[in-house]
Design a binder for this molecule. Sequence first.
Ligand SMILES: [Zn+2]
Length: 402
Amino acid sequence: MKDNSNALKSLSFEEKKIFNLLQKNGRLSKNKISSRTDIKLTTLNYVMEPLEKSKMIVESCIGESTGGRRPILYDININDFYIIGIDISILYTQVVITNLKMEILYKELFNMDDSYTPCETVKKVVEIINRAYANLNLSHMKLLGIGVGSVGPLDIKNGIIKNPVDFFADKWTDVPIKKMLEEKLKHPVIVENGANAAVVAEYFYGVGRGIENIAFFNCGIGIRTGTISSGHLIRTINDEEEAFGHMTIDIDGEKCKCGNYGCLECYSTIKAIIKNISKKIKKGRHTIINKPVEEIDYKDVCLAAEMGDELSIDIITDAALILGSGLSNYIKLLSPKLVILTGPLIINSKLFYEVCVKSTLKNLNSTKGKSVIFNRCGYFSGDAISIGASAMVIERCLESGI
Ligand SMILES: [Zn+2]
């Protein structure tokens, strides 16, 4: 795959400004582009010419007349370029191919089990990309970049997954994922923390459009958090997207994997739900889940709760109530306007989402509560991280500083 990332990176400041505007708000006439970029109309023709020549932007269609001749509308070219977005999560890895408007052209996912070491994961990702390449006839299109949205902690600059603890397979320590993928794909790769990538996707292209303060929570094996405050990503040390999950909820609580006691993660994650239901069944509580205890997975509990299983309802409710306490603390601290709750637990359990929102609002005063909008699953749902990884490629090339 030829490296075309320079096509975007090497644009001038003003060219990037125009590309950025059209990528997020196209189609627009030259008059509109001029007024929204503060580039004079006379200069605009000259600035836009190389962008049109390289086919980064194209004449899209003819707009409505406002009196005189109907204007030509411009947009970015969605037919000749593509980006690869990769979401490496604990439970699954997903690969998407998107166009420059973040529309999915191809998507494939595989579940991570104990056979998926970093090497095997990279091998499988390359296999999927090759399949997409053949299916979509991508040889006619130019690859603009490859982005990875991964679980942390990470060394983003060097593209290293440091020491996440929950992968089912071995060898997920100090993984040079950027280098491994670049060697196989012969193309530069950027790495971003998955929750950050996802909140960027929702901010520019999803339910967060036009909202400057957004908090994104992915509830699954851990609790992954991405926050945009006044239009900027809040970055934590080591890009640990799970920092919020280690907020202390009960100082006399259970011991957490991080060494502290009573972290949110001990009560409101998939692992906590499985542990708690197993404990209760072993103590004799009845459940409609007809499986040996050690085979019960979180989807069984979510489904049983929807079907009215009392034990599952209790377990899900307890987990969601505690998450609500943590969320209200977070909202008091950072005042997001929009709170997106997503991830395997939210996608699979309406009850978990509803109890969580109710509990959060109960812990906020009414003024604060009224000013927050909650959203279940965002616009991109399970695709948010992989699309976000693709979106981050654009932001890095444009040096938008998000
Ligand atoms: Zn902890």
